[in-house]
Ligand binder design. Sequence first.
Ligand code: NAP
Ligand code: GDD
Length: 367
Amino acid sequence: MVDTINLWSDLYILLSLFNYFNFMTKKALITGITGQDGAYLSNFLLKKGYKVYGAVRRTSSINTARLSDLGVLDKIELVTLDLSEITNIQRVIEKTEPDEIYNLAAQSFVQTSYEQPIYTSDIDGIGVTRILEIIRNMGGSPKFYQASTSEMFGKAQESPQNEKTPFYPRSPYGVAKLYSHWMTINYRESWDIHACSGILFNHESPLRGSEFVTRKISLGMAEIKNGKKDTINLGNLSAERDWGFAGDYVEAMWLMLQQKEPDDYVIATGQTHSVRNFTELAAKAVGIDIEWDINGLAERGICKKTGKIIISVDSSFNRPAETEHLLGDASKAERELNWKPTVNFESLVEMMVDHDLKRVEKGLVWF
Ligand code: NAP
Ligand code: GDD
């Protein structure tokens, strides 16, 4: 009899402890979990002890390769969510009851936004308002992070760019993101929502999509080194970007939501480099010294040793309106969030090329 009572009281204590820890565990909902930042952020939040819900949109084959690469796929709970459907978003938020929502989902490729401007506006612009409306109707919580972008500075009005720099977007993507940036601020000011907008400059990693220029180059160099390709075709070699490491930038997203007062922050390294410069370093990482040569109107990158054309310029990669120069000033984030990048440009290029060399050697290129 006494044993039975003890068993019940032990079970009761265990259940109470379980409920207590369950209550204490913070829950995050990440949209765009299958993308580069989704993978790094879920890894980061899991290490902080969060329960992570990852929102995937329905496709014929869901791309979880990045989550597997970081070893987090079986540690997160996947839920189906498309930013085009408000009822779907609402059900997911009601079901998961997150403390924090990180909205990383977007049609994020600038070039595509010129061909799909209406779709891009719907997902990257109105999609954000859909989430904000739901949070507003829920009385102002959960906390909300919006993935804004340096592409909003576009034809930059000053250099470096900070939170006060006037915006001048140059692509439908940039315009849609600027709309959602201001909606995030407007909902914060109107409805007392803890909403932050992170104005993140370009951030890259071995998990970057291969349509973006850095990964296109690192993968291309690894293929050239392994005799699987001769030349990489690129567009505007003079475009300059402030490139950082994605793993550093997801920490800044989290830090923003942990502040007492919600605000907007520029996240950047404070250094800018041209596509040409990235290419030279990536080539060096596979043992190729490039020299540039103007052939008629077209520039070419030639291997000094062999005379082979490694880089050729293909104007089909040019943009109808280009963002020529981006350079971020993240001093507000450094001051208020105590955030600083840890990976410099040279190490980033090396890291990306190293990973791609290993993948190409093993025949393991999956994105
Ligand atoms: P990414 O790799 O292209 O990932 C985008 C994610 O959005 C993917 O998971 C994609 O799902 C998802 N998505 C696309 N359309 C969707 C829809 N209709 N409904 C739900 N999900 C959808 O982008 P990223 O580099 O990780 O960037 C994350 C966010 O930060 C994006 O909003 C981007 O615009 C912004 N940003 C990025 C940078 C940068 O340099 N990386 C800089 C500033 C801002 P699928 O896998 O199904 O396609
Ligand atoms: N993609 C690509 N392919 N870009 C090229 C190429 C090429 O072959 N050749 C030159 N570029 C130039 C582009 O014209 C652009 O000026 C620059 O390289 C960078 O292009 P992307 O890597 O495609 O990135 P992005 O800067 O347009 O956009 C990325 O960064 C934004 C933040 O500023 C994306 O991640 C966006 O989602 C993000 O908001």
